[in-house]
Design a binder for this molecule. Structure first.
Ligand SMILES: [Zn+2]
Length: 312
């Protein structure tokens, strides 16, 4: 597969709306997006995480350690973060086989993979490969423009080729613990992958359920698909949700609050469309109806636009 490095105009518009750089007149200062490995902590029998401390451009990193092998979830932004994340993996896993999966292909989740040694097996869904082909390094360029530190971290960063690919589900036996990887269809991105650690009831939910508002970052992001995904997440009955950003959650709280939000966006937007309103009028009306209850207006607008496009 050839990797196209320039995103299509439609994809770039969605990405820019998602990162909120359009229309902003105030220059923002970004904290250094560095994975703080000293934060490593164990959250269940087989799972450790390095929390992101809610720093933009840093993911929650996960480690699932079995008797025979270990799985790393998300890499950090660029090779230097990837190397630090790998070093922790090698300490936790010793001589065991190492696998790597990413919740999606956005730069802070995926663009540290090249720092892992060749013996690490990178697992990707075919949807993630589609995402890379469609969006390329478009978002990496946006991230690199945030500061000199961002640019340095992303220098020479590129996507690593998968060693193992799967279509919908992939089960990985780590020895005494299984990780079930599922491609969830177009939600936050086309290639959102969740990782379910059955015996520990820990769910790595990616951007599909977290504290921050959901972000529709791909022109193919679907609100209907997202609602269906939430039902599937809830059916797992997770004890702990590790989202790709922000604090971990106990139980299904992130799922139920996402459902309430997306359902309200859906219902209000459909009503506006039935009244013959344009998409821009719907964005204005539904945003006004939320009356500041959801702080991120760009993300709210992204959800409304997705709902509008899908409404009959
Ligand atoms: Zn993302």
């Amino acid at each position: 597969m050839s990797i196209r490095m320039c995103a299509s105009p439609k994809t770039m518009i969605a990405l820019l709306a998602f990162v909120g750089t359009t229309g902003s007149l105030v220059a923002q200062t970004w904290p250094a997006p560095v994975v703080k490995v000293e934060g490593l902590r164990q959250i269940s029998a087989h799972v450790h995480i390095i929390p992101d401390n809610s720093v933009p451009g840093v993911p929650n990193v996960g480690y699932v350690v079995g008797d025979r092998a270990a799985l790393v979830v998300d890499t950090g932004l660029g090779p230097r973060n990837g190397a630090a994340v790998y070093e922790v993996a090698s300490k936790l896993a010793g001589a065991k086989a190492l696998y790597l999966v990413t919740t999606h292909v956005h730069p802070e989740h995926d663009l540290g993979a090249q720092a892992f040694p060749g013996t690490t097996k990178l697992i990707r869904s075919t949807d993630q490969e589609k995402d890379i082909a469609e969006s390329g390094l478009g978002l990496a360029k946006v991230f690199a423009s945030r500061s000199a530190v961002h640019a340095e971290l992303l220098k020479d960063a590129n996507f690593r080729k998968a060693d193992i690919t799967f279509e919908r589900d992939y089960e990985l036996d780590l020895g005494g613990v299984r990780a079930k990887l599922t491609a969830m269809g177009p939600n936050h991105t086309v290639g959102d992958t969740i990782i379910w650690i059955e015996p520990d009831r820990v769910l790595f939910a990616g951007d599909l359920a977290m504290r921050a508002q959901p972000a529709f970052a791909s022109p193919r992001s679907s609100l209907q698909q997202w609602l269906a995904s939430l039902d599937r997440l809830e059916a797992l009955k997770p004890a702990i949700i590790v989202p790709s950003h922000g604090p971990t959650g106990e139980g299904a709280g992130f799922i139920t609050s996402y459902r309430a939000y997306l359902t309200e966006v859906h219902d209000r937007t459909v009503a506006e469309k039935r009244l013959g309103r344009s998409v821009d009028q719907a964005v204005a009306a539904v945003t006004a109806a939320f009356d500041g209850r959801e702080p991120d207006k760009a993300r709210l607008a992204g959800a409304i636009r997705a709902a509008y496009a899908e409404a009959p």
